[in-house]
Structure formats: structure tokens, C-alpha cells
Design a protein around this ligand. Structure first.
Ligand SMILES: Cc1cc2nc3c(=O)[nH]c(=O)nc-3n(C[C@H](O)[C@H](O)[C@H](O)COP(=O)(O)O)c2cc1C
Length: 240
């Protein structure tokens, strides 16, 4: 196994950081790694807002549902869809298609993961913060986003002050189908539920009694941030 694969397979989110800053050069390399990612039609539709202002960090931590690491991480980056650049270059571009919002979300995810892996390869750690979308409009206001841009998620980065276990994933057979969609084998899910139950019960922090099926079906039974479509529409995105 090469060191790139080792870094990828060793991933686990880090939510506790030492106060040590990330060096300027390191951060530049992390962002450069993000910029090197593929980009749909080379649209380059992502903006990253680095939040260094401690008051704004505090407000963003609250917006994300009081996630303390948004404040305590050495770096906090907010990834945004950005069609403002394109509409500045040519004001009559049509950026309100849902397809273009999907492109922005996909490209942002790809860029962000390059950043996180680059950071992890340097011994740093991090975690994505989708919780920002709990209060998308307020986050947008704090960061003074213009029209045709929208927040997607944040990312905490820093020196790890914890060493959590790697979380088991669904087996390859469940995720990868051959030539056509294959019906879900519930026995495989049962085995995975057992593995996740053991993981939850024995992990070093936040232990609980639950299975993967219980967790995800619980989450998908309620509404999922129904304010997001109106938010995107208010930014001139995903209207048709
Ligand atoms: C887009 C995205 C948003 C996420 N948002 C949050 C978040 O707001 N807070 C948090 O603690 N973890 C968040 N996570 C981390 C996931 O909970 C985590 O990746 C998942 O449980 C798997 O654990 P692992 O990353 O340690 O393997 C997010 C992950 C992704 C990909």
C-alpha cells in the first residue's frame, strides 16, 4: 500500500485540536491541492472563505448548532458555490439552472476533499461542517456573500488533539453494482449494523447503543433543512 492510499484509508474526522496554528506555507499547499481538483467544464465555480475573525468564528459556531470546534480549530474554511465571478465577467449569463447548482456542489466537494486529504497527509486533521446550513441565510449574511453565490459547508482544520478510531464503512458489495443495479442484500446490512453497533459501543468517545440502520433511518424520517431551496432561490440559484 502506498502512502497516498494509507492517508485516504486512515481518514477519520477530527473534532478536537491543539492551539498550534497551521503554518502559512502549509495552508497555501492545502488550498493549492484543492485548486488542482477536476472542475466541471472548467467552470471553477467554488469560493473558499477563510474565517480568521474570532467574533465571526463564534457566530458561525452558533449557526452550526454550537459546534465548538468551529471556534477552536486553527483554520475554518467555508466552501461556497460562486457564479458571481461569471456574472461579473458577462452580466447576462444564466446561472439559475439547478444543473449549475449541482455542478457547484459537486465541484466544491471534490475541491474540499483534496484540501482535507492534503492536510491529513501532513499529519493535520479536520472535519466538514454541514451544520452551517442550519442557518444558511445568517451564515451568508455574516460572510457578506453577494448574489449568485451560496454557502455549502465549512471545514475545520488543525493539529489533532485526539486519536479517534476509523469508522467502518458499508462493504464494497453494497456500494458497487455491476452492469445494472443490484437488489440490496439485507443480510449484508445486518452484518454491517453489527459492526457499527460494536464501533459505537467501544469507541473512545461519545459511546452509544445504536446501529447504522437506526441512525440513518432516524435522520431520514424527519425533514431535511427545507429552508435550503428558498435560500438558494434567494441567491438566484436552482430556480429552474
Ligand atoms: C458534507 C459533510 C458535512 C458534515 N457536517 C458535519 C458537521 O456539521 N459536524 C460534524 O461534527 N461532522 C460533520 N461531518 C462529518 C461526518 O459526520 C463524518 O464524516 C461521518 O460521520 C464519518 O466519520 P469519519 O469522517 O470520522 O469517517 C460532515 C461530513 C460531510 C461529508
Amino acid at each position: 500500500m502506498n502512502s497516498t492510499i494509507e492517508t485516504i484509508l486512515g481518514h477519520r474526522s477530527i473534532r478536537k485540536f491543539t492551539p498550534e496554528p497551521i503554518e502559512h506555507e502549509q495552508l497555501q499547499t492545502i488550498i493549492q491541492a484543492g485548486l488542482a481538483a477536476s472542475s466541471s467544464s472548467m467552470l471553477q465555480v467554488v469560493s473558499i472563505i477563510r474565517v480568521t475573525d474570532s467574533e465571526k468564528r463564534k457566530q458561525l459556531a452558533e449557526c452550526a448548532g454550537n459546534q465548538a470546534y468551529v471556534e477552536s480549530a486553527a483554520e475554518f474554511l467555508v466552501f461556497c458555490i460562486d457564479y458571481q465571478r461569471h456574472s461579473t465577467i458577462k452580466p447576462d449569463v444564466q446561472v439559475d439552472f439547478t444543473e449549475l447548482t449541482l455542478i457547484g456542489a459537486v465541484d466544491s466537494g471534490i475541491m474540499a476533499q483534496n484540501c482535507l486529504l492534503a492536510a491529513e497527509s501532513m499529519g493535520l486533521g479536520g472535519v466538514y461542517i454541514g451544520g452551517l446550513r442550519n442557518n444558511a441565510a445568517r451564515v451568508d449574511e455574516i460572510l457578506s456573500l453577494p448574489g449568485n453565490t451560496a454557502i455549502l459547508f465549512g471545514m475545520c482544520l488543525g493539529h489533532p488533539d485526539q486519536n479517534p478510531e476509523v469508522k467502518p464503512r458499508l462493504p464494497i458489495d453494497v456500494i458497487m453494482h455491476e452492469n445494472q443495479y443490484q437488489t440490496l442484500n439485507l443480510d449484508t446490512i445486518q452484518a454491517y449494523d453489527q459492526a457499527m453497533q460494536d464501533y459505537y459501543a467501544n469507541r473512545s468517545s461519545n459511546q452509544k447503543q445504536s446501529t447504522w440502520s437506526q441512525e440513518v433511518t432516524g435522520k431520514l424520517t424527519g425533514e431535511s433543512r427545507p429552508h435550503i431551496l428558498p435560500y438558494l432561490n434567494s441567491k438566484g440559484l436552482a430556480k429552474r
